[in-house]
Design a protein around this ligand. Sequence first.
Ligand SMILES: Nc1ncnc2c1ncn2[C@@H]1O[C@H](COP(=O)(O)OP(=O)(O)O)[C@@H](O)[C@H]1O
Ligand SMILES: [Mg+2]
Length: 316
Amino acid sequence: MSTIERALEKRQQLGAQQREAATVDSDDSPAPPAPAFATPSTSADGQPELPGQDSHFGRQNDEPTDAERETKNDREQIYIDTDRLEQLGMVTPTENFTPIKEEYRYIKRPLLDNAFGANAEKLTNPNLILVSSCHAREGKTFTALNLALSMVTEHDRSVLLVDADVINPNLSQRLNISDRALGLLDYLNNKAEVQDIIQSTNIPNFKVVCAGTRHHHATEMIASAKMKQFMKELSSRYSDRIVIFDTAPLLGASETSVLAQMTGQAVIVVEEACTSQRQVERALSLLKPKMAIGLVLNKSRTGQKDYYGYYGASKR
Ligand SMILES: Nc1ncnc2c1ncn2[C@@H]1O[C@H](COP(=O)(O)OP(=O)(O)O)[C@@H](O)[C@H]1O
Ligand SMILES: [Mg+2]
């Protein structure tokens, strides 16, 4: 059981009034993450309706949706250098055994179970996964990308990775691809269609949406009805696809909790060296109750296997 998990368990025992922040130990040398993933409550009943969820999405009978048009206008592939990713210590679609692959095998399993297994019907949009954290630089992009690559390489799952951290986007930099391509903000700003922003890659079943052209109303655009419509489309038209949203930190960026209203699952990255229990609790309180929430302990220096455990979102 991880430090954060122990802290959360302690919190449950002591009750809300007796909470105290507990900062975990620090170390300079980051190591692969150790996960602690939550399954959705088995007692969860029904699926929460989101405000205005259905009102925006009516369409004429056979009119193709944006998501459907994507397949008709599949774009030229962008090239991702997997050797470079492997050198950076990331999960890659090769046969080589690496510790990071093993770590992400463990992290992704409950996510895939929640998306496509028996738990799926208890969740709304279970194939949409939000990756966030309390603060910047805790490893959101690192985690989102590794998760995506792990899923496409070993489960033959189609994964779309969306850079929704529009203030500090770094997915394109991490993948070493052009950041000038049309992206999410261009779509939300009515400058591009869905098929213009979804980029196919040389990695089979792996597509990306970059953040797009910077805009001074970027955060409002992420929290807009059009973004909800986009997410709803992705969930319903591609229910067999995993869509991972790499987002801004939950604390101090209100648009991330708006995005979380539309995703069935959330992965919260906790940096072992610096995230306190109180910060994690505040971040979790910004998520809706009936979603599957997992904690990934990142930059752990101990790498102990007994990190693995479960923290149930319904117990918040
Ligand atoms: N588990 C890890 N092992 C090694 N480096 C990591 C790990 N997690 C994150 N990093 C590094 O830490 C920095 C911040 O990570 P990043 O994913 O960009 O954070 P965020 O998206 O939360 O701002 C990056 O340089 C990244 O490569
Ligand atoms: Mg990032």
